[in-house]
Design a protein around this ligand. Structure first.
Ligand code: DAT
Ligand code: MG
Length: 153
């Protein structure tokens, strides 16, 4: 099975009406949407998602921000999707991210950086389970798969 990654369109992206544009980028890249839910993430869940950052000076602010307003939580599937999505998101801080990336094009902030994306296959598996049960992730074929994922062999 192809890789999966968790992408969260964070509260600032929703408030700034950027959700559609961000999703469109992943769609156009050929990543397959396999799960989505629009929720206000609880503070407890935000703390669990960002548990690796517990104890860092920005942890409290980060978890409050993520749980402060609704977010769109999504799962995407493709070969190499973790790395592809991280490249498309750009560097962590909007003011450092390259133009052409989501953060580079739409964020100039440090903490309000529009998207979360899993940083490894292992963390993707863990993070997806925090938000979705197995029956909430939908495996299906896209009709243009041969054109999207074609190989010359
Ligand atoms: P990323 O979201 O690129 O995976 P990360 O996992 O290192 O970045 O950090 C999680 C989030 O925490 C990040 O999206 C923004 C915030 N953050 C990270 N480092 C920070 C810092 N030094 N000051 C303020 N916020 C920070
Ligand atoms: Mg991270």
């Amino acid at each position: 099975m192809a890789e999966r990654t968790l992408i969260i369109i964070k509260p600032d992206a929703i408030q700034r009406h950027l959700a559609g544009r961000i999703i469109a980028r992943f769609e156009k890249k050929g990543l397959k949407l396999v799960a989505a839910k629009f929720i206000q993430i609880s503070e407890d869940l935000a703390r669990r998602l960002y548990a690796v950052h517990r104890g860092k000076p920005f942890y409290e602010g980060l978890t409050k921000y993520l749980s402060s307003a609704p977010a769109l939580v999504t799962v995407w599937e493709a070969d190499g999707v973790v790395e592809i999505a991280r490249k498309m998101m750009g560097a962590t801080f909007g003011y450092e991210a390259q133009p052409g990336t989501i953060r580079g094009d739409f964020s100039s902030s440090r903490g309000y950086n529009l998207v979360h994306g899993s940083d490894s296959l292992k963390s993707a598996e863990h993070e997806i389970k925090l938000f979705f049960g197995p029956d909430e992730i939908i495996g299906y074929d896209v009709a243009d798969a041969p054109w999207l994922y074609g190989k010359n062999d």
